[in-house]
Ligand binder design. Sequence first.
Ligand code: PLP
Length: 265
Amino acid sequence: MSTSPSRAISVLTIAGSDSGGGAGIQADLKTFAAHRVHGLSAIAALTAQHTRGVTAVHAPPVAFLRAQIDACFDDFDIRAVKIGMLATAEIVDAVVDALAQHPELPIVVDPVMIATSGAKLLDDNALGALRGRLIPRAHVLTPNLPEAELLLGRAIDGGAAADAALAALRALGAQGVLLKGGHLHEGDEVVDRYADAAAAFTHRAPRLEIDGHGTGCTLSSAIAARLALGDDGAAACRAGIGYVHRAMRDAYRPGRSDVSVLGHL
Ligand code: PLP
């Protein structure tokens, strides 16, 4: 009689591929492996990309995206989903429809819109579907400051405005919101703010001076992995912030520019 190992905990990323291996699906899978969970991927968009920028974007047919998602759910023990770059309104709708069949599953939504390099990763007309259909389904929403400004339609120009934005983002319907402070200079510190119905925290850390790529993707994937392993939203976000800090500390430079990708060892 053969003994077979128990079924592994799996986490699904629905996001964009980065041919340069720094952000997107590639960062997500490295993050999942570092958390010792099995990583699944449904590729919602392909980018041709290196450390200097995005040179082309291609969205697959939505039926094919749906086939990838359904194949994953047909076989694996999926305990959490991370959502990243979705590119178009059609893709946002397809993802919302696919996830409607799994209402209990924790979902981390990273509302990817514009890359650090300036490349546009979401069509303008997809913002409404993201805000109105996907965000209300999120267990944890992880916007950076520019994304929060686009979601709320107003500037966030200081700590008090960021506190108010956190509450306004929660009113969009996500259970928990982690507002990332990397784009705001509050002294020499980066201030991340989290709140859900049961918990809230503010995390302050000295700014790490690296030109890093893929930090947002890595953070949302680490949070999804921690949720899959049983953390609640606040604990998962704290652990995710710590993981990204270590991965930034261990960053290395793979391309010809000064941009680094995160270390995941
Ligand atoms: N490429 C893809 C596929 C992404 O999902 C993202 C961000 O989420 C980026 C690029 C941008 O990464 P960064 O802004 O860290 O350079």
